[in-house]
Write a protein that binds this ligand. Sequence first.
Ligand code: PLP
Length: 358
Amino acid sequence: MTSLSDLPLRDSLRGREPYGAPQLNVPVALNVNENTHELPFDVIKDIVKRVGDAAHNINRYPDREFESLRSALAKYLGHELNANQLWAANGSNEVLQQIFQAFGGPGRLALGFGPTYSMYSLIALGADTNYINAPRGERYELTPDLIRSAIAEHKPNIVMLCSPNNPTGTPLSLDCIEAAYEATEGIVVVDEAYAEFANESLSALSLLPGRPRLMVSRTMSKAFAFAGARVGYLAADPAVVDALRLVRLPYHLSAFTQAAAEAALDHADALLATVADIRRQRDRLVTELRTLGFDPYRSDSNFVLFGGVSDPERTFTELLSRGVLVRNVGIPNTLRVTAGTEAETTAFLEALAELEAN
Ligand SMILES: *Cc1c(COP(=O)(O)O)cnc(C)c1O
């Protein structure tokens, strides 16, 4: 039998592990920061109708420029953005990959601040770009000084700022983003996958005017409850969009994807109606985890990283045996849990309290 190591794989990929958050069928899945609320039925009906309509023309290639979706995304974001400043792909991971294909490459360096989203280093690897994580400060917070000195030391071509940060939940101030932009001649990517859960005034979208090397990536996978559809997007200078056109595959967004995303955006208010409850469950997690004797980190997102877990792998397994799936992100003595519905959050807290009592 042939194994991976027998193949003439690129040297840089040898011995590497693929992304692999477990996909298990459990009653309470709180491990990949999805919006766990069901979609309203009238939204589902509209999505199905619009995808059905798209099937009539499915013998033809889709609109390569997805003009109508880009207009809808610009309208959703506000900040006086136009469709020519918007781009989208199959998940923001694909947007990030296109950024690395256009602005990274052999001999170039991307800098993040770890612990941060594990896909940055994997995407860099696939695009033959070097990647370094500079350390964060106390309780994973970042400061303008810390960012400036890391940029001065490493001289990256790409700076990755995750706001709020995954897996720690840490918010990022606009000062930090401005400091990064001024300190580098490279590009600055602000990954706002969880922006809808955060304080809106923190969005880097407000910094876009006059900063052509700044890019803000967003996704419909989290707050929008649309992870299965695979739609991520980017706001930036129109010249950045031109750069991404050089590397994207022709017709990369299927007509079904475009139709489904446009339908969902028409129902943005209904889809985002659960965000307030998810924030409440997140804040409840922080309070109750503290009461249980754990050390939750400050979170502006829809998940909470908590310390004080003496044996994360054991706690993970014990929770799983009680039907609750959380995430061990590999930070010693911590686990990460998504804020679910009120019932799911209760199930997690009760399961945890139960095994603490044993
Ligand atoms: C979930 C997540 C994404 C979104 O990925 P998609 O490809 O859009 O589903 C991007 N960045 C971070 C930090 C995430 O946690």
